[in-house]
Design a protein around this ligand. Structure first.
Ligand code: K1U
Ligand code: ZN
Length: 174
């Protein structure tokens, strides 16, 4: 397993739609393992392949938290096949937008179809943090960041803040 670099916005790959995975093979399972290791190290609760520069429709998640045993999930070609009517607003972060947080409105419940690590097609009914994380990661596969759900003014403000934080970080490490 290996840690991969996480792309930071603005990066063209984070604004690009990813292509469907054609085969679940050992190479893809290696990528899944690298992504899980990278996600746990960050630390984060999800990661999409475009965030590590791989333009394929693959996401990994673990919303179990530190109180329970790890519950890693790998979803290949995930798609939302049904959405509940209710929406919920909660704060989100993103490993590609470090230190930037905002409240985002999402569907409270989504039904997801995906292919698993063994190549089997599965379905999952999600709510709570898992539903939020699945929607956030699926957005990454379509080149959408959580700030794209905000007003243009708020998005501009947050992206300016990110650019300033990144400049400061570069100055400190130079
Ligand atoms: O996709 C990503 O950038 C990962 C992102 C996922 C996410 C966070 C919040 C709501 C929806 C989706 C993160 O994991 S940001 C880090 C984070 O939320 C976290 C980190 C450590 C412990 C608990 C949460
Ligand atoms: Zn993200």
């Amino acid at each position: 397993m290996a840690l991969r670099d996480i792309l930071i916005a603005p990066h063209a790959k984070l604004k690009t739609k990813a292509a469907p995975v054609e085969a679940v093979d050992d190479e893809l399972r290696r990528l899944m393992d690298d992504m899980l290791e990278t996600m746990y190290a960050a630390p984060g609760i999800g990661l999409a392949a475009p965030q590590v520069g791989v333009m394929q429709r693959l996401i990994v998640l673990d919303v179990a938290g530190k109180d329970g045993p790890p519950a890693p999930m790998c979803l290949v070609n995930p798609e939302i096949v049904a959405r509940g009517e209710d929406t919920v607003v909660a704060e989100e972060g993103c490993l590609s937008l470090p230190e930037i947080y905002a409240e985002v409105e999402r569907h409270a419940r989504v039904f997801v179809r995906f292919t698993d690590r063994e190549g089997e097609v599965r379905e999952m009914d999600t709510d709570g943090l898992l539903a939020r994380c699945v929607q956030h990661e699926l957005d990454h596969l379509d080149g959408v960041l959580f700030v794209d759900h905000l007003s243009a003014l708020k998005r501009k403000m947050l992206l300016r803040k990110l650019a300033k934080l990144q400049r400061e970080k570069e100055r400190q490490t130079a």
